[in-house]
Design a protein around this ligand. Structure first.
Ligand code: KIV
Ligand code: NA
Length: 263
């Protein structure tokens, strides 16, 4: 997968599969899978570091995790999130931040929203940094939204979403994440745009899907949104393995002869 393939997939009506990844060992597994692209999302602040929002992620943390993922997945297309406020600073500061993510191994960066940073997006694209957009529920703005809620519920809001999507396309974004919007809104934005949309909680008519890896593997034992499918029951599989190890250690069954150095 390279940047040109995003276009090709949309033209061929071939869905794009994306998962988040934040670390080296998981990346080595994704590298061996058919997944098209990896998102080093700022959701890592919540999933890996236990914060209750994405706001505590900063560029240092994003670059560190991006570098780990790149080492584990040398051939995959990697998109890294620009963290909270990092794209709302002076253009030199934004360029420096985006540059750090690219040097850490990202192929592209993702920026939430559009209003107020149109010129920044254009400048980054012109600087050779592919930019993915992100509309609908943009978690960095949860304080403005009053929580993590379904967006674009009115006709007016859907028209604004389509307008914002077109704006991002004109500014040079190669793709756009659509998060937590009604199925019909996801379909209408996807049809209105030439660049592919990657949905999360945006229904089945976007040009691709993205899920948080720990959600789709069933490792998230807390609140699970409606749009998540657990493809394995990760938490219980791991818990069983841990309990089996515990019991083998306590019974003396582990380590066995073949697991010890003789002599
Ligand atoms: O940070 C993240 O995981 C994301 C996805 C939910 C799109 O931005
Ligand atoms: Na994110």
């Amino acid at each position: 997968m390279n940047i040109k393939d995003f276009d090709k997939y949309k033209k061929a009506e071939k869905s794009i599969s994306v998962v988040t990844c934040y670390d080296y060992w998981t990346a080595t597994i994704i590298e061996q899978s058919d997944i098209d692209a990896i998102l080093v999302g700022d959701s890592l602040a919540m999933v890996v570091h236990g914060f209750n929002s994405t706001l505590p992620a900063d560029i240092e943390l994003m670059a560190l995790h991006t570098a780990a993922v790149r080492k584990g997945a040398p051939t995959k297309f990697i998109i890294a999130d620009m963290p909270f406020l990092s794209h709302r600073k002076s253009i030199n500061s934004v360029l420096e931040s985006a540059g750090r993510l690219m040097k850490a191994g990202a192929n592209a960066i993702k920026i939430e929203g559009v209003t107020g940073h149109e010129m920044t997006i254009k400048y980054l694209v012109e600087s050779g940094i592919p930019v993915m957009g992100h509309l609908g529920l943009t978690p960095q703005s949860f304080n403005s939204f009053g929580g993590f809620k379904l967006q674009s519920k009115t006709e007016e809001a859907v028209l604004k979403l389509i307008e914002d999507g077109k704006k991002l396309e004109e500014l040079g974004c190669f793709s756009i994440v659509l998060e937590c919007i009604p199925d019909s809104a996801g379909r209408r934005v996807s049809q209105a745009l030439n660049i592919p949309t990657i949905g999360i909680g945006a229904g089945g008519n976007t040009d691709g899907q993205v899920l948080v890896l720990q959600d789709m593997l069933g490792f998230n034992t807390g609140y699970t949104p409606k749009f998540v499918r657990k493809f394995i029951d990760g938490a219980n599989l791991v818990k069983s393995a841990l309990n089996e190890y515990d019991s083998c250690v306590k019974s003396g069954e582990f380590p066995g002869e073949g697991e010890s150095y003789g002599g």
